[in-house]
Design a protein around this ligand. Structure first.
Ligand code: NA7
Length: 552
């Protein structure tokens, strides 16, 4: 395939989720010719796909929104403290309309490969030809999608976009309907009167179970590992609350940028066991009221010190047991295998209370594993056949690397990125890697994105990228490439920082532990959003230390 001038662009952006949308906007504003590609039929990324009942963000809506445009943040009205998936989709659609972003994207189209030309340092990017697949032969001899040449390749493919199916024998022969929470039908699903099974009790399972229970005649939840969940404390935002939020936005954003998680909340100033029982409980109670994921950072040592963690865990257990009528069921719902916060704490609405309902049953797979699926039934190790009309797989994702792995990215010497990363992702600052000049991965492995508010992470990365490209152009550089040594050091730093926490002790998707055969490597940067922002700003300020700037 030849690439003619018409197919040459400055930047290809892959993904129209929160990161890709802002990347296209920002780079286009700078005057670059940008083409975006998106697998889904519209903008939204993870929010486009995860339409399961109860899908809701676990970061407050006021924070989980772009900060780059003051008018945008002043004009948009969030209706609830924690936004539902439909409201987030309306917001992202509004952003796309407001900045006319859709015209730069080709939807329903996946990028399948990106190949470096070492002479020109340009990337040849190929797509799959879009919905309907394969045959985009427009009479110009090109079959199988578009081919274009780009100076920069920007991957904004998301950390939770490649769905994971459990390897249950007979799964594909199930006689009822099967749904994965991460690929939910757009027309919705009506479970009224049905016998429904849910496999998986991460965020997606825990958020969907109460709503599925409202419809189903019988609901069986198959739990491999119990999880820590905390009530969202969700509430509608009225006009007065919104006015107050908007008036305080500047300070709210300032604090969020300094924080560990990209939300304007600071941990208690002292260590857990330095304060008395009463003050400790008051601090936990305050965080509990804030809701959800913020609880994992009530005290600064909670994720580094086991006795401190145990104090937080103990408070959690006390609160949760009080919500569950049957103590034997409560025993199954209290995790015993990992410290609190070492998997992402789930933010729920009525999850534990759902098990107080007569038609809802919890099966612990640790005690009674799924042997196979046979016709209409899930067959358990003890021989019981659980007859089902519908099965919901809330079994998560090949997180952080799964979506990039699907794309054949070939750098210097024809090296495949996937092979380079076979022992775990290798990045410098999460942004680039050696052997792949002018290729950027945004809000992915090696960055704090999955441990923080991803919208601010996206802005942090895109703004860094925009400054970087402006620097290259101002100084006449053709390309920028992470140095091998800088990559080694960053990988080591990410590993060491994680090893100094309790995060290594959970079989989490942060570690790839949910995917059989995936190397056990802690993939995010655990040092916090604010600290990370300082690190990447310092690198830029130093003239991109650790990167090689290649003259034009
Ligand atoms: P998660 O958090 O990865 O949860 C997946 C769940 O599915 C979890 O309970 C898993 O148990 C379970 N699972 C996975 N494979 C199997 C098999 N083979 N058998 C039984 N159970 C299985 O995905 P979510 O979609 O809920 O949430 C992803 C993120 O989205 C979340 O962290 C938030 O950041 C938002 P396990 O714990 O591995 O034993």
């Amino acid at each position: 395939n030849t690439v003619d001038a018409a197919d040459a662009v400055d930047v290809v952006v892959v993904g129209a989720g929160v990161t890709g949308l802002y990347a296209v906007h920002k780079l286009r504003e700078m005057g670059y010719r940008v083409r975006g590609f998106e697998r889904g039929a519209d903008v939204g990324g993870v929010w486009y796909w995860n339409r399961y009942p109860g899908a809701r963000c676990d970061v407050e809506s006021a924070d989980y929104s772009y900060s780059f445009d003051e008018e945008l943040q002043q004009e948009w009205d969030w209706s609830e403290k924690y936004a539902t998936q439909p409201e987030i989709m309306r917001y992202l659609s509004h952003v796309a309309d407001r900045f006319d972003l859709r015209r730069s994207f080709t939807f329903g189209t996946s990028v399948v490969s990106a190949e470096l030309d070492e002479e020109t340092l340009r990337w040849t990017v190929r797509t799959d030809g879009g919905i309907g697949g394969g045959g985009a032969d427009g009479g110009d001899g090109r079959v199988g999608g578009e081919v274009l040449s780009a100076r920069f390749c920007v991957f904004a493919v998301g950390c939770l976009s490649s769905t994971h199916l459990p390897s249950v024998p007979g799964l594909d022969t199930f006689a009822g309907a099967t749904y994965h929470t991460g690929e939910w039908p757009h027309e919705g699903v009506d479970f009224t009167g049905l016998r429904v099974g849910v496999i998986g009790t991460g965020s997606s399972g825990i958020q969907s179970v109460p709503l599925i229970a409202d419809q189903a005649a019988q609901l069986t939840v198959f739990q491999r590992s119990a999880n820590y969940s905390i009530p969202a404390g969700n509430r509608p935002l009225d006009e007065a609350a919104r006015r107050e939020l908007k008036a305080g936005y500047a300070e709210r954003r300032r604090l969020a940028r300094l924080s560990g998680g990209g939300s304007p909340f600071m941990t208690h100033p002292r260590r857990t066991l330095e304060v008395g029982e009463q003050e400790r409980r008051a601090a936990f109670a305050k965080r509990w009221e804030l809701g959800g994921v913020l609880y994992s950072k009530t005290f600064p040592d909670q994720l580094t010190d086991l006795p401190a963690n145990e104090a937080a865990r103990g408070y959690w257990e006390e609160k949760v047991r009080a919500r569950i009528d049957n103590p034997a069921v409560a025993d199954l719902l209290v995790p015993t295998d990992h410290p609190i916060g070492t998997k992402r704490i789930v933010t729920d609405s009525g999850y534990y209370e759902t098990y107080n309902r007569a038609h809802v049953r919890l099966v612990s797979l640790r005690e009674n594993a799924i042997e196979r699926i046979d016709g209409q039934a899930v067959v358990l190790a003890d021989g019981e056949r659980v007859e089902l009309d519908a099965l919901v797989l809330a079994t998560g994702f090949d997180a952080m690397t799964g979506s990039l792995d699907r794309i054949a990215v070939r750098g210097r010497g024809g090296r495949l990125l996937k092979d380079d990363w076979s022992a775990g992702p290798r990045t410098y600052l999460g942004l680039g890697t050696d052997g792949f000049p002018n290729l950027f991965s945004l809000a992915g492995a090696g960055s704090p994105s999955v441990l923080a508010n991803v919208i601010l992470c996206a802005e942090q990365h895109v703004d860094w990228l925009a400054d970087c490209l402006a620097h290259l152009d101002a100084h006449g550089y053709a390309a920028i490439e992470a140095g091998a040594r800088a990559v080694e050091e960053w990988v080591a730093e990410c590993r060491e920082r994680a090893a100094a926490t309790l995060m290594m002790s959970a079989d989490s998707w942060y570690l790839g532990a949910n995917i059989p055969g995936k190397p056990r490597v802690f993939m995010p940067f655990v040092g916090g959003f604010g600290a990370y922002g300082q690190i990447i700003a310092d690198v830029a300020g130093s003239g991109y230390k650790g990167f090689e700037l290649i003259p034009g």
